[in-house]
Design a protein around this ligand. Sequence first.
Ligand code: MLT
Length: 266
Amino acid sequence: MHTVVRVEAGDANLAVQVAGTGAPLLLVHGFPLDRSMWRNQLEGIGGWTCIAPDLRGAGESTVPRDGYSMARYADDLVLVLDAMGAGTAVCCGLSMGGYILFELLRRHPTRVRALILSDTKAEPDTPEGKRGRDDLAQVARREGSGAVADRLLPKLVGRSTAAREPAIVAAVRDMAVRSPVDGVVGALGAMRDRPDSTPLLGQIRVPSLVLVGAEDEITPPAIGRGMADRISGARYLEVAGAGHMAPLERPGVVTPAISEFLGGLG
Ligand code: MLT
């Protein structure tokens, strides 16, 4: 059964989808997306309480005009876990969701039981990347989220999915188009200013799974493999035929892989 609960988080009110029963599994979406990107995992992972929040400024959560940062997003996740009565959770994040989990590990390490890092990276933005964030924020302010969606969509979805799965392409586009402009601009600033998480990788002591779409152009497999190599004991999975949205593009591979990893946690 799926429920949507509302969680107060200071100047925001978060929509959080909850499905299943069992130990907590927190699913953190990427940019410019919302919790619906986890639809297959919410349906398909049994024996766990799947907790999928819309981040502040995304989906059905409210949209503060400013004050976005990785620290704020991470603190929001703690409020979500508190509201669910979850002391710790297996934490799974895609792309920006992964950036937020690195911040959660720095700020609240005791809340993370295990990590699943999907199509993400520990490196900060390059100077060129930071300029790109500011340019995209201007596009969002000037032309709206549709224009942002048009620019990002070709890189969000892998070429195999783009060729064969129009419904998935449309679902990703819809998420991006309905992203509120203030939330988009806030997330771009938070990503631009995020710290370098590479020094953290060697300190991670929880069981970890790194997965990446073989056709991911934003965080390509070489980046995912390099990250897995630096996390002690991490497992690595490359998902054939998937791009940056591997959990949505190839749920038939990703959901069982997550379930198997969860099953091994004991
Ligand atoms: C995401 O999917 O969250 C974004 O592509 C991350 C990024 O732009 O760095």
